[in-house]
Design a binder for this molecule. Structure first.
Ligand code: SF4
Ligand code: SF4
Length: 351
């Protein structure tokens, strides 16, 4: 089922979704675009390349309260924070970011232990994927093409959207998407020409060039294992790193968190907050010992986790090539170049 609307009717589409539940979509802010809960249908803006922070926070918020309690009272009197989720629509997600949810599912629900907060949000959410604009060149930091992700790859979306001039085409991908689309009666049927354009656009997306290195997952895991003890290599590439953690906070596949208690007088809250392996105290133990005191050890952990340990453990690279870590690193550390250098550039083919 391929439906369409016009871009000037985007607020109408947004308003219809807001009537059915919570709408989370790209919003223009001073620093750039980010996914936000929409309060005014006119806020939704699809003239963006990608957001600064990835949409993972729709399922895994940066700060999340689990339990509220009173100090000095029995733990039995503590009150868990209920989610009370409405149906949620995550609108305008780029294909590489949609793929990141599948990687995150491994950790939050795929290994036998289910995180109910992640899982309930995933179940409540309908994902509207949105193709990149292939009339523009890819951002220099992106390399999703290396990882087999197309610029108009619908896999993982419930509804997938392609924009053609002033027309927004929406295709049902899953039964969840179909149920929703059936209720959006103001959308009209696409013409035969538009159906052909949509299908061709998806196919063309797999040839759309971002930075490219021919990656063989097994070989790359092996290369990183081989250079694990090469302190010169890791020191050189991490020389400028400030341990600021930006690369992990913007990343769609970083999932480290801390659980902490915050109390004020007799009121306490137990909450989960994002953490980052790039922070100095991330591995600080209660004894005072810290196994990763050096910057290079932390950068090595981040890169090897994504490109070596994750392959060994789950068979897939934990990166979708969105380029955010490179784009927002204050000292221009480029993960793609690290991968190239680690594999000794032998497959290098920057297109
Ligand atoms: S490591 Fe960098 S390029 Fe890969 S998913 Fe994370 S932010 Fe994107
Ligand atoms: S964003 Fe750059 S400087 Fe900051 S921790 Fe990551 S690699 Fe280091």
């Amino acid at each position: 089922m391929l439906k369409k609307t016009t871009i000037d009717k985007l607020p109408e589409l947004a308003a219809a979704l807001m009537e059915k539940g919570t709408l989370v979509a790209p919003v223009k802010e001073d620093a750039g675009f980010n996914f936000r809960e929409i309060t005014d249908a006119k806020q939704v803006d699809l003239i963006f390349h990608n957001t600064i922070i990835s949409p993972k926070s729709a399922f895994f918020p940066q700060v999340e309260d689990f339990v509220r309690y009173q100090t000095g009272k029995s733990i039995l009197e503590a009150a868990p924070v209920e989610l009370n989720l409405k149906p949620t629509f995550l609108f305008g997600v780029r294909p590489c970011d949609v793929k990141s949810f599948q990687i995150m599912d491994i950790h939050f629900s795929g290994t036998g232990v289910v995180d109910p907060y992640w899982q309930k949000r995933r179940e409540a959410t309908t994902i509207f994927g949105f193709a990149f604009d292939m009339n523009e060149a890819a951002d220099a930091a992106e390399f999703y093409h290396t990882l087999g992700i197309g610029a108009a790859d619908p896999e993982g979306s419930d509804i997938f959207m392609v924009r053609k001039d002033d027309i927004l085409m929406l295709k049902v991908i899953t039964p969840k998407g179909e149920k929703l689309m059936t209720g959006l009666s103001f959308l009209t049927d696409a013409s035969a020409d538009e159906i052909k354009y949509f299908d061709d656009y998806i196919t063309k997306g797999y040839d759309y060039k971002t930075c490219y290195t021919c990656v063989d997952t097994e070989a790359i895991a092996r290369e990183f294992e081989a250079i694990f003890d090469n302190a010169d290599f890791w020191t050189k590439i991490s020389d400028a790193c400030l341990s600021c953690g930006v690369c992990t906070f913007v990343c769609p596949t970083c999932y480290c968190f801390d659980i902490c208690d915050e109390t004020l007088f007799s009121q306490g809250t137990r909450r989960r907050v994002w953490d980052a392996c790039m922070f100095t105290d991330f591995t600080l133990e209660a004894s005072g010992h810290n196994p990763r005191t050096k910057v290079y050890q932390r950068l090595r952990q981040k890169v090897c986790h994504k490109y070596s340990y994750h392959i060994r453990k789950y068979g897939v690279i934990s990166c979708v090539g969105c380029g955010r870590c490179t784009r927002y690193c204050p000292v221009n550390i480029d993960i793609f170049s690290i991968v190239e250098e680690a594999v000794k550039a032998k497959w290098y083919k920057r297109l």
